[in-house]
Design a protein. Structure first.
Length: 356
């Protein structure tokens, strides 16, 4: 179910799986959009093609049956899943790779307000941004509110400040003392400095209560904007909850990536809640779970012991700050400049090339 980072890898292993007695059926939309490049695409720095993988073509190439559609519900007793368009699929084993969505964190949100995930909500932001920027003048620049100062909020603020024709009035609203949660203190300071240099207004200790198309309410005060985007952190998609598979943390899995209650149900990537120790929602974990899932499907068929996923302790994070710069951090180490961006582009391109 779904074709994100780990399942794309599984598709490329189809012939090995077939030889081991495992046939795959993938239920997923035709396109996968790589979120590592999402902010660059949404702000026009890269074309949408740069972040797209054609799932249908990948499945064809590896002779895997691809059903175009989306997962809706599961009957674990009957071992069937239902699709959003009313279809049904039977399974011996099922794996979920459904990604994540922005968690509004108690903010009252107009459903049309853009969010950094899923991708279709960010591409709506890109379309509106183009129209507003074209109509803006130095006297009336585009006013943009970015709600949430985590890595995605920083990326958006960085790209927008570098891209807007009229520079715009960009404000980044963060509930904490400083944006950049999860990054070392020095890196957080550097990110703030870069954004302030580019006229981004950083408003800390900002408790946003409501976001509408034309205004928001922060610390009890109304403030107008032309465009807003929500970047308040990620949670599992609502389907996980409505299907009874888990909660907003995700589908609870053991170290073997199997559901805590069902041996034949797996979950990987952002949609999984790794109960041995919750993981940050980063693509790298899903990427590394792919080979474990393949080995597990083969082992389950042959009766061998199932492999366990052992996550790395510290993952490298690279935040693209726009204007040709990025900030890289791993544990307490960090660096900022052109080098980290070149490294990010190389990692992204190498990963994308594998599935094209
Ligand atoms: C703006 C932004 C930038 C980021 N940058 C980075 C970065 O640089 N590096 C990094 O490591 N992480 C980054 N992340 C985090 C990263 O997005 C996630 O950790 C990663 O995408 C998780 O991979 P995944 O395969 O679980 O999910 P996804 O990549 O989201 O893939 C899930 C797939 O499932 C499909 N799907 C969803 N629902 C259904 C359904 N019901 N039925 C069928 N298919 C469905 C979706 O269409 C999607 O293609 C970023 C996140 C954001 C928001």
């Amino acid at each position: 179910m779904g074709a994100g980072h780990p399942h794309l890898h599984v598709v490329t292993c189809a012939s090995t799986l077939r030889a081991g007695g495992v046939d795959l059926v993938v239920l997923a939309p035709v396109d996968f959009h790589y979120s590592g490049l999402a902010t660059a695409v949404a702000t026009g720095a890269l074309s949408p093609e740069a972040a797209r993988i054609d799932v249908a073509a990948l499945c064809r190439q590896h002779e895997v049956e691809h059903r175009v559609g989306r997962f809706a519900s599961i009957d674990a007793a009957q071992r069937t899943v239902a699709t959003e368009d009313g279809g049904e699929l039977a399974y011996d084993r099922v794996s979920f790779n459904l990604g994540s969505v922005v968690a509004p964190g108690g903010i009252h949100l107009d459903p049309d307000v853009a969010a950094v995930k899923p991708f279709d909500r960010l591409s709506a932001f890109a379309r509106r941004l183009d129209a507003l920027d074209a109509a803006a003048t130095p006297q009336h620049p585009v006013r943009i509110s970015i709600v949430g100062g985590g890595p995605s909020g920083l990326e958006l603020a960085g790209h927008l400040s570098a891209r807007l024709r009229t520079r715009g009035l960009i404000q980044l609203l963060e509930r904490d003392e400083r944006p950049g949660a999860g990054l070392p203190v020095g890196a957080r300071r550097r990110a703030v400095r870069r954004l302030v240099e580019r006229n981004v207004e950083i408003r800390v200790r900002s408790r946003v209560e409501q976001v509408e198309a034309d205004h928001l309410v922060v610390n009890g005060h109304r403030q107008d904007h032309d465009l807003a985007v929500i970047a308040t952190g990620l949670s599992a998609p609502p389907t996980v909850v409505t299907a009874g598979l888990g909660d907003a943390r995700g589908i609870p899995v053991r170290a073997t990536l199997q559901h805590v209650d069902h041996d034949e149900v797996y979950a990987v990537g952002d949609a999984a809640y790794f109960t041995p120790g919750p993981l940050p929602r980063l693509g790298v974990y899903g990427v590394r779970q792919g080979p474990v899932l393949v080995a597990s499907l083969l082992a389950a068929r042959s009766g061998a012991p199932l492999p366990r996923f052992e996550p790395q302790r510290e993952a490298l994070r690279i935040v693209d700050l726009g204007a040709g710069r990025a900030l890289a951090a791993r544990g307490r180490w960090w660096a900022e400049g052109r080098g980290p961006l070149l490294l990010k582009r190389r990692i992204d391109e190498r990963w994308l090339a594998r599935y094209r």
